[in-house]
Ligand binder design. Sequence first.
Ligand code: PLP
Length: 423
Amino acid sequence: MLFERVGDRGPYFGEFGGRFVPEALIAALDELDEEYSRAAADPAFAAELDRLQREYTGRPSILTEVPRFAEHAGGARVLLKREDLNHTGSHKINNVLGQALLTVRMGKKRVIAETGAGQHGVATATAAALMGLECTVYMGEVDTRRQALNVARMRLLGAEVVPVSTGTATLKDALNEAFRDWVAHVDDTHYVLGTVAGPHPFPAMVRDFHRTIGVEARAQVLERVGRLPDLVAACVGGGSNAIGIFHAFLDDPQVQLLGLEAAGDGVETGRHAASITGGVSGVLHGARSMILQDEDGQTLDSHSISAGLDYPGVGPEHAHLASIGRARYEPVTDDEAMEAFRLLCRTEGIIPAIESAHALAGALRAGRELGPEGVVLVNLSGRGDKDVDTAARYFGLVSDADLVASEAERVSGPVEQTEANGW
Ligand SMILES: Cc1ncc(COP(=O)(O)O)c(C=O)c1O
């Protein structure tokens, strides 16, 4: 890649990336790096991944033009890359199938994963079932409540879901636990990291597995519109869906790349997850990147209505793209995202993931700037089934009595997985 510096702990993306991990993980990261390099050069690996993506995931994902939604975007043409239509309901499956195939190649029998919105956990549990691997998924306890449906899906697929109650009990804490498990079980376990963060080789490898999004979308827009889009918009948590769609356009300077970060209650309130807009350079989860950090170097708590964006860091390649000005990153508040969520539901009959609604909000803004001649491509990273409960509460679509009843069920706690019930 044009801006990687390979060093003893690299690759780096400019000053970001690298490897800042306990000694115990170095051998496992080296093994993964070597196996991935071998696999990437092996036509049989590419052919098997391609077969799975076509026959299992349902790729290529389609492109949908949304003219009624676009009326609210200054009349610009808006096209959605429909990663929500992938098997398991989000872009996460692209990466997981690649890493599951690598796990089998490395002769490991167990995978672990961290998950926020649950989509990466569901994708990992799915691939583990498909390939006969044991699977444990770490999930912040707060997220197990706001994404209870995905907890049930993972358990149905045979995975053990471990609720993490430390810290803010969200994605960052789930990552900490997953790293701890990996250190303890590194001989037989592969850590299927779910985004373009973490130590090398994860940011580059996960990006490569998602590049297909942009490669497909670029060709589809050219065919549909006859030219490249003016702007590509994607939400940024760790940044995997965004880097996946951005990469095919990096060498097209006329195409603006816009990453939308979760501003929660507003960046100025301090209750947000906008790591590039409101963060500083620091080290988190094995790599140098932009992170939310206080003056003593302590990681700050993040906040977002969307579990998948509720993370105080971002993948190092995004930090680099921001620093060189190739991509720009803007914050979107919870309220703006929910307004865009509502609009897509009402105007186009598509219920997006709340994460993806941040990208839609960015597209509305960008479209108004570009005007009627503009063409905006949006990565619709996931579908909103998992978010129906959150949205129903946000919009007051369920009665207070029903809320109390469902809250009472929540308090009784998540159903324990037992031998007896077979799940
Ligand atoms: C549907 C969806 N979109 C986006 C994200 C954010 O992750 P990333 O920034 O790695 O794409 C998630 C994470 O859980 C997700 O489930």
